[in-house]
Design a binder for this molecule. Structure first.
Ligand code: PMP
Length: 427
């Protein structure tokens, strides 16, 4: 049994020694001690089904033995900066990662986080095009440093610091957006931003294929192809932020952008890439990558042996255990079951997403779509009491985010929906 500090003791230390801005889920926050595949265990030995760990970076499963083994082996051998000396871990992982991309996307830069990956992508686009203007989508989340906070477009994540050079386009939101699922209609807004808000040339367009923090919103069909062609005409690059939608999570494809039939110029990733180990990456073409030779780009730990060994092991597990197929079959089943809950409860306004990247939006009124924020928190809290962890998000904080590790099983999906059903039925 666990003999470490109690939740109260940890909370007290957090309050005294950590940032006052740090926050936690749940009225009585969980003190997590162990993780195993799709399960988490607290200090009292209670088991929880983890249906949110995917977003907090766990891809193939908590403490997957293959990934743990790779980390331990590498930690016992060597851990160092990757920049100045040779080591095979970074090269092996770069090669494996490049093999997952279409076309000329084969040059990899490793970073330590998604924010850093997006910062680098935005900078490369600006250098390559000689333009400054970036277009991102309203409701997007791309990171919390100066450039990426600029590209992020939700007031609750934007501090009052300089974030110049970004235009925020109409979000092709199929649930709340004015044009419904008509992607090309939303895409006209990007044409107008370029025509009225820029010199006519732009550096880049950046977007997720499915907005994660924004509430699991899949961009309306036809949107990305139209915008990519508009951006190309304006001399810009298209950046796909795959921090949440990448690494087989959407089931139908390995990358979220593939479902839209587009090929980006730059792809960024983090979270799922390392199965819980901090690592991010930018993948682009040799021609675009070349801009960084103009100066020194130095990143002490980007691509260090330990993180890249973990990344390679994670990628091998995804392939060996056929986790993309699992995300597709279990995810589709889970989505169907959630959709049938929607038939029973007025409060469920929308069920959406792909694979194991699913969202459930709660509204007080299906016509007005008034966000049911308090109810969302209540259900999340009660589900935790019954042993199921889900996330929440969306601009109004009224969307459940269901993003389990990719080893999630059909029985897990049943348990999750049964628990949700029970909690809502008691309200
Ligand atoms: N892009 C997306 C789509 C994200 O969801 C996030 C993190 N929520 C980031 C970028 C930033 O990643 P990190 O927190 O690793 O900096």
């Amino acid at each position: 049994p666990y003999t470490g500090p109690s939740a109260e003791e940890i909370l007290k230390k957090r309050q005294e020694f950590l940032s006052p801005a740090i926050f936690h889920f749940y009225k009585n926050p969980l003190n997590l001690v162990d993780g195993k595949m799709q399960y988490l265990f607290d200090d009292k030995g209670r088991r929880y089904l983890d249906a949110f760990g995917g977003i907090a970076t766990v891809c193939c499963g908590h403490c997957h033995p293959d990934v743990v083994d790779a980390i331990v082996k590498q930690a016992n051998k060597l851990q160092h900066s990757t920049v100045l000396y040779l080591n095979h871990a970074i090269a092996d992982f770069a090669e494996a990662l490049a093999s997952k991309f279409p076309g000329d996307l084969k040059v990899v830069f490793f970073t330590n986080s998604g924010t850093e990956a997006n910062e680098l992508a935005l900078m490369m686009a600006r250098l390559y095009t000689g333009c400054q203007d970036i277009i991102s989508l309203r409701n997007a989340y791309h990171g919390n440093a100066a450039g990426t906070m600029g590209a992020t477009a939700q007031s609750n994540y934007k501090f009052n610091v300089v974030q110049a050079g970004v235009h925020h386009a109409l979000n092709p939101d199929q649930y709340r957006g004015v044009f419904g699922s008509d992607g090309p209609k939303y895409a006209r807004d990007v044409e107008e931003i370029i025509a009225y808000g820029t010199s006519g040339h732009v550096a880049a367009f950046i977007s997720e294929a499915i907005q994660g923090v924004g509430g699991i919103l899949e961009l309306a069909p036809g949107y990305l192809p139209a915008v990519y062609s508009t951006i190309k005409k304006a001399g810009g690059l298209c950046i796909a932020d795959e921090v949440q939608s990448g690494f087989a999570r959407t089931g139908s494809h390995f990358w979220g952008f593939e479902a839209h039939g587009v090929v980006p110029d730059i792809v960024t990733m983090a979270k799922g890439i390392g199965n819980g180990i901090p690592i991010g990456a930018v993948v682009t073409t040799p021609e675009i990558a070349n801009v960084l030779t103009r100066r020194n780009y130095f990143n002490t730990f980007g691509g260090n042996p330990l993180c890249t060994a973990a990344g390679l092991a994670n990628l091998k597990v995804i392939e060996k255990e056929n986790l993309q197929h699992n995300a597709l079959t279990v995810g589709s089943y889970l989505k169907e079951r959630l959709a049938s809950l929607q038939d029973n409860y007025e409060i469920i306004g929308d069920v959406r997403g792909r694979g194991l990247l699913l969202g459930v939006e709660l509204v007080k009124d299906r016509q007005l779509k008034t966000p049911a924020k308090v109810e969302t928190l209540h259900i999340m809290e009660e589900m935790k009491e019954m042993g199921v962890l889900i996330g929440k998000g969306g601009f109004y904080g009224n969307v459940f985010r269901i993003t389990p590790p990719l080893c999630f099983k059909k029985e897990d999906a049943d348990f999750l929906v049964d628990v949700m059903d029970h909690v809502i039925s008691k309200m």
